[in-house]
Design a protein around this ligand. Structure first.
Ligand code: IPM
Ligand code: MN
Length: 352
C-alpha cells in the first residue's frame, strides 16, 4: 500500500516523539512492503513563530490532501502565562479539528501486563481494563458562543449541541460497541444541562437500531468516580467534548502513564493520530520524553487502513520493550533508562 502521511510535529517534545513514530512506521512499512511518504507541515507555536498562525492554510492543504495525519503535540508556556495573547498554539489544534471535520476522538484505555503495578490503582481493579472513550471533538463548549460583557467583568462560554452532531457520534459509538463488548454508556449531565438532555434523547432514539447493544446512561460526576473504581465495568463511553477531555486524562492513570496513551480523531475524510499527552515543554530537546503514545498512535493508523498485522507488530514490539525494560526515565523507577531516540531505534530494530 502507498500512504501519504502529513507529519505535524508541533511543539515541545512533539518533534522528538514524532521522529520515533516515523522510524517505527518506516520499519513496519519496509517489512510489509508498503511505501510511506511523509509530508511535514508547521503547526502550533512553531507555526506562530514562522508565519504568525498556529494552523496555516498551507498546513491545512497538506492535511486535507493526505491519507492520514500524524500529530505530535502543541502548546508553549510563553502563551499559558499570558492571558492576553491573541494567537495561541491550542487554537491551531481546535481549528484543525474543525476544518478537517474530526468530530470523533477515539481514546482507548488499556493496561500493559508489565506495567500494572505502576498504576496507583490496585491490580485487581484495573487488570484487563479495555475501554474506549469516544469524545465528541468539534462541538460543545469548545466551539459555542463565547465572550465578555459588562465591561469585561462577565465571561461566558456556551455548550451548544445539534441533534446531528450527537447522532453521528453516537452511531460511531454503537458501531464500535458492536465490534467489542456490546456495551455503550452515554455520559452526560442530563440532570442539569439541556444539551445533555438532547444527548440522551438522541441516543435513546437510536437504541432500537442496535438491539444487541446494552445501553446505559450515567452522569459525568458519578463516572469520574466509577471509572477509576471499576474501569472494567465500561466498554464504549460516548460523551461531550469537555467531559471527554477531563475523563480521558483521568483514565490515563489506569494504564500507569500518560506517556502511553494513543488516540485517533475521525471524521468523514482524513483521520488524525496523536498521543493524548501534551507538549511537555520542560522535557523539550532533552531526548527523555516517552515516545510510546505516539508510536501506538501510528499502530492505530495502520489498523484503520486494515493493516492489522502491521498494527500488531507495533503493539508487540512496544510490549517487548516494556517487558525488557527498554524504557524512558518516566517508567524506569530510578533504574536504567533509555533516551527517547534509543527507545525508537530499539523498537525499529526489533520490529518482527
Ligand atoms: C486534548 C488537549 C486539548 C483539548 C487542548 C490542548 C486544547 O487537552 O487534546 O485533550 O482540550 O482538547
Ligand atoms: Mn486534554
Amino acid at each position: 500500500m502507498k500512504l501519504n502521511i502529513a507529519l505535524l510535529a508541533g511543539d515541545g517534545i512533539g518533534p522528538e516523539v514524532i521522529d520515533q513514530a516515523v522510524k517505527v512506521s518506516d520499519a513496519v512499512a519496509k517489512k510489509y512492503n508498503h511505501e510511506i511518504k511523509w509530508t511535514p507541515a508547521l503547526t502550533g507555536a512553531a507555526a506562530i513563530d514562522a508565519v504568525g498562525e498556529p494552523y496555516p492554510d498551507e498546513t491545512h492543504e497538506v492535511c486535507a490532501n493526505a491519507d492520514a495525519v500524524l500529530f505530535g503535540a502543541i502548546g508553549h508556556p510563553r502563551f499559558d502565562n499570558d492571558p492576553s495573547a491573541k494567537v495561541r498554539p491550542e487554537q491551531g489544534l481546535l481549528k484543525m479539528r474543525q476544518k478537517l471535520g474530526l468530530f470523533a476522538n477515539v481514546r482507548p484505555t488499556f493496561t500493559f501486563p508489565s506495567l500494572i503495578d505502576k498504576s496507583p490503582l490496585k491490580r485487581e481493579r484495573i487488570e484487563g481494563t479495555d475501554l474506549i472513550i469516544l469524545r465528541e471533538l468539534t462541538g460543545g463548549v469548545y466551539f459555542g458562543e463565547r465572550g465578555r460583557k459588562d465591561d469585561g467583568d462577565t465571561a461566558f462560554d456556551t455548550m451548544t449541541y445539534q441533534r446531528f452532531e450527537v447522532e453521528r457520534l453516537a452511531r460511531k459509538g454503537f458501531d464500535m460497541a458492536m465490534k467489542r463488548g456490546k456495551k455503550l454508556c452515554c455520559v452526560d449531565k442530563a440532570n442539569v444541562l439541556e444539551a445533555s438532555r438532547l444527548w440522551r434523547e438522541t441516543v435513546q432514539g437510536l437504541e432500537k437500531e442496535y438491539p444487541e447493544v446494552e445501553v446505559s446512561y450515567e452522569f459525568v460526576d458519578a463516572v469520574a468516580m466509577r471509572l477509576i473504581q471499576w474501569p472494567k465495568g465500561y466498554d464504549v463511553i460516548i460523551t461531550a467534548n469537555l467531559f471527554g477531555d477531563i475523563l480521558t486524562d483521568e483514565a490515563s492513570v489506569i494504564s500507569g502513564s500518560m506517556g502511553l496513551m494513543p488516540s485517533s480523531s475521525l471524521g468523514s475524510n482524513v483521520s488524525l493520530y496523536e498521543p493524548i499527552h501534551g507538549s511537555y515543554p520542560q522535557a523539550a530537546g532533552k531526548d527523555i520524553a516517552n515516545p510510546l503514545a505516539t508510536v501506538l498512535s501510528a499502530a492505530m493508523l495502520f489498523e484503520d487502513f486494515e493493516l492489522q498485522d502491521e498494527a500488531k507488530a507495533i503493539r508487540d514490539v512496544v510490549n517487548k520493550s516494556l517487558a525488557e525494560g527498554v524504557v524512558t526515565e518516566d517508567l524506569a523507577d530510578g533504574g536504567k533508562s533509555y533516551k527517547t531516540s534509543e527507545v525508537g531505534n530499539w523498537l525499529a530494530k526489533n520490529i518482527q
